[in-house]
Write a protein that binds this ligand. Structure first.
Ligand SMILES: C[S@@+](CC[C@H](N)C(=O)[O-])C[C@H]1O[C@@H](n2cnc3c(N)ncnc32)[C@H](O)[C@@H]1O
Length: 371
């Protein structure tokens, strides 16, 4: 059976998500602001959860309609065939958000939606009472300009939670964003990478996972893993497929530095959990001691912004130091993310390419120097 699916993602990453979904075999892939729609069977649903590097989660799209009144909302939700997924004993909490819509009270929308699903399920399952003790089907709604999307979450924890980052430092970069930076830097097996502000090591760990084609979700759980509707053999097939696609010749080396020894300890432990301790090394080092130690090297980094770490003046001073250290050199490229609009001025060179991306709510640019 073809399932209508949607993968929400970071603004600016829609193209990447669409490409990775097409690559894994998804059909009718279409992107919109912050969301990528696609279709596939149970295997694609499992594969997207296990393999997607850049999307936030995988949702089943149950229905779309317009609603300006609570009555319209109720009637439209009731028309959706929820019974195709939610059994008579299953749990189906409702959550969502409303933006620029007439129905602006999220708690009231939640109650109306719940009531409509309850009525539908009671009638279709021919029961008087829904005990809600079984499998979890988290219902999500999104209202934008009175357009409503009704969805069921299949992932559980966001897909950025790969399972290797138990502890983190003060201002970690999201895993999905780190792997987007790795993609922008065209990281592959055979590379040498350096992150001189490595913090908990996310950028290097995500880069290594990508270079070695290691599925980011291979070690984690998903809500839909517990749905009896998806056969166990599907998960087995997809886990085996992901494992068989991993690169076995690990010709990839990475070096992470940070001024904070506590961050280095965390990075070492995270790399170990990700099974990458043999190819990533971490060491306490100040950016002032940065040297170009390799013939070829990709520097990818997320320096302090002066928001959560340091103040703006100190962060800007680091950008000046980076400009002095990150010299134009054959075989070297630099990929730096920063929200500072004066970054290029402080760094001292115009980037060869720039990409707008959001680090959480912070609007940033990724500055790429590769010429
Ligand atoms: C934004 S955080 C990097 C977070 C990292 N990408 C992660 O995912 O955990 C910036 C890091 O720069 C480090 N730092 C600050 N000043 C530094 C300096 N002078 N030299 C090297 N590292 C420094 C901080 O300790 C912090 O871990």
């Amino acid at each position: 059976m073809k399932i209508n699916l949607v993968a929400p993602c970071m603004l600016g990453a829609e193209g990447l998500v669409a490409a990775e979904l097409k690559f894994i075999g998804a059909e009718n892939v279409q992107s919109e602001n912050g969301r990528v729609y696609f279709q596939g069977d149970d295997n694609i649903l499992a594969r997207a959860n296990i393999c997607s590097r850049y999307s936030e989660r995988i949702l089943i799209e149950m229905g779309k309609f317009t609603a300006r009144t609570f009555e319209e909302l109720f009637q439209n939700v009731k028309k959706i065939p929820w019974e195709n997924w939610i059994g008579k004993k299953d749990r189906f909490p409702v959550k969502g958000s409303s933006l620029n819509s007439q129905l602006s009270s999220v708690p009231t929308c939640q109650k109306i939606i719940k009531k409509a699903i309850v009525e539908r399920l009671k009638s279709k399952h021919k029961v008087q009472w829904l005990e809600e003790t079984g499998e979890l089907f988290q219902v999500q709604f999104l209202m934008m300009k009175n357009n409503v999307s009704m969805m069921i979450d299949t992932s559980g924890n966001g897909l950025h939670k790969r399972g290797y980052r138990a502890v983190s430092t003060d201002a970690p970069i999201k895993e999905t964003l780190a792997s987007t930076m790795a993609d922008l830097s065209r990281v592959h097996n055979g590379d040498v990478l350096v992150d001189p502000f490595c913090g908990s090591g996310t950028v290097l760990i995500e880069s290594a996972l990508k270079a070695l084609n290691i599925a980011p979700g291979k070690n984690r759980d998903f809500t839909c893993r517990h749905w009896h509707r998806i056969e166990e053999k599907v998960w087995k097939q997809e886990q085996e497929k992901a494992l068989s696609e991993e690169k076995t010749n690990r010709d990839f080396r990475a070096f992470g530095y940070d001024i904070d020894s506590h961050a280095i300890d965390i990075a070492v432990s995270n790399a170990q959990k990700a099974g990458l301790q043999d190819i990533i090394q971490f060491e306490k080092r100040d950016i002032r001691d940065f040297t170009a130690d390799f013939e070829k090297c990709k520097v990818i980094t997320n320096p302090p912004y002066g928001e959560r770490l340091l103040d703006i003046e100190q962060a800007q001073n680091l950008y000046r130091i980076m400009g002095e250290k990150f010299l134009k050199r054959q075989g070297y490229s630099y990929t730096i993310i920063s929200p500072d609009e004066d970054f290029e001025l402080l760094f001292g060179r115009k980037a060869d390419k720039r990409r707008k991306l959001y680090n959480g709510m912070i609007k940033c640019q990724v500055y790429l120097y590769f010429r």
